[in-house]
Design a protein around this ligand. Structure first.
Ligand code: FAD
Length: 317
């Protein structure tokens, strides 16, 4: 039986019909869609309504209709930084991922390149394309398995690079249904933070300003970073990447290892033996397993080192 919170609204048959009608000819609309299939953790119960708009126009129409129908809306990119509740998500889940995505590279008079990218484009796909073109400063992102939109929300970063280094402009759909283009500074990007969730923006597309670099050096760096990931990260298991934010002056993985938690297991969830900063799904892990494990790790690390670990992964319910 599906768990429902007290007073929680159910999506009615009539609301479902209106949504299905909007998706009759294009996009994807399904009901009771298991979200485990749409997250890299392979965890998560069903979404009442699951919608994948075909383009920006359908996305805007969907948001208008959800507002009119008063149906709750949760955004999902590639689902690579989220932990979805075992009970799933009530209301609609709007999946913002387009394959192969839209990227336009335009060279400016000063030699810099303006790259305009749709939010649903794969971040690693965009970064790889930029590197192929000999554009520098995106090497760090070639192994990050999210979308460009999700990357901007999290100010994704690795190996000394991050989204805010090259992002110059973002176009968003506001809660009021307006499409607005903002300079990147307005998003107040900092370590794994942006104002996007609290303002209720939906990222539609982004402009990055890139400069040409040494092609050979770029290629070598991409290879080096990808070997590093393969060596150090448990890529063979489902996960959401680093489970905890890096506490100032420390590394989460090292604190967890020092607390004796390498391989610590709750149900199907485990502190990776390969990299203690990752919680992995060893098979059949539930959201409850991962949450219990996260709580245990936070408590034991705090007892051992006095450092409070804050989850990086976002909980969706
Ligand atoms: C193996 C592995 C390695 C990883 N390595 C890294 C790494 O090196 N560095 C790093 O920073 N992260 C890393 N991650 C985490 C993750 O890939 C990034 O945080 C990524 O940017 C998340 O993008 P996503 O599209 O999957 O977003 P999701 O996980 O789907 O969503 C994240 C948040 O963004 C919101 N959101 C998504 N799209 C939009 C949009 N268009 N508009 C508004 N809100 C939106 C969602 O509602 C959610 O709150 C890793 C994950 C894995 C599994």
């Amino acid at each position: 039986m599906r768990y429902r919170r007290k007073n929680e609204k159910v999506v009615t048959a009539e609301q479902k019909e209106r949504l299905a009608a909007l998706y009759r000819d294009r996009g994807t609309c399904s009901f009771d869609e298991p979200l485990a299939a749409h997250t890299t953790f392979r965890i998560g119960g069903p979404a009442d309504v699951y919608l994948v708009p075909a383009d920006e126009e359908q996305l805007a129409e969907t948001v208008r209709l959800l507002t009119e129908l008063n149906v709750r809306c949760t955004l999902l990119g590639n689902g690579s930084n989220v932990l979805v509740a075992d009970e799933g998500i009530r209301g609609a889940v709007l999946k913002l991922e387009d394959k192969p995505g839209r990227m336009e590279f335009t060279e400016g008079p000063d030699g810099s390149v303006r790259a305009e990218v749709s939010a649903g484009t794969s971040l690693s796909g965009f970064a790889r394309e930029a590197c192929e073109r000999g554009l520098a400063a995106m090497e760090y992102a070639t192994g990050i398995p999210g979308t460009v939109g999700g990357g901007i929300v999290m100010n994704a970063g690795a190996y000394g690079g991050e989204i805010r280094d090259t992002l110059t402009e973002v176009t968003v759909l506001t809660k009021e249904g307006e499409i607005v283009t903002l300079p990147a500074e307005e998003l107040k990007l900092s370590y794994r933070y942006s104002v996007i969730p609290e303002r209720g923006y939906i990222v539609l597309c982004a402009v990055f300003t890139l400069v040409p670099g040494d092609r050979e050096a770029i290629r070598a760096k991409v290879l080096e970073l990808s070997a590093k990931r393969r060596d150090k990260q448990p890529l063979e298991y489902p996960s959401a990447g680093s489970t905890f934010k890096r506490p100032e002056g420390y590394f989460a993985g090292k604190l967890i290892e020092d607390a004796g938690l390498r391989g610590y297991t709750v149900g199907g969830a485990q502190v990776s033996e390969k990299h203690c900063g990752f919680v992995i799904n060893k098979g059949g892990a539930t959201c409850a397993d991962v949450k219990a494990l996260i709580r245990d790790v936070q408590r034991i690390v705090f007892e051992n080192s006095g450092v409070e670990l804050e989850p990086e992964v976002k909980f969706l319910s």
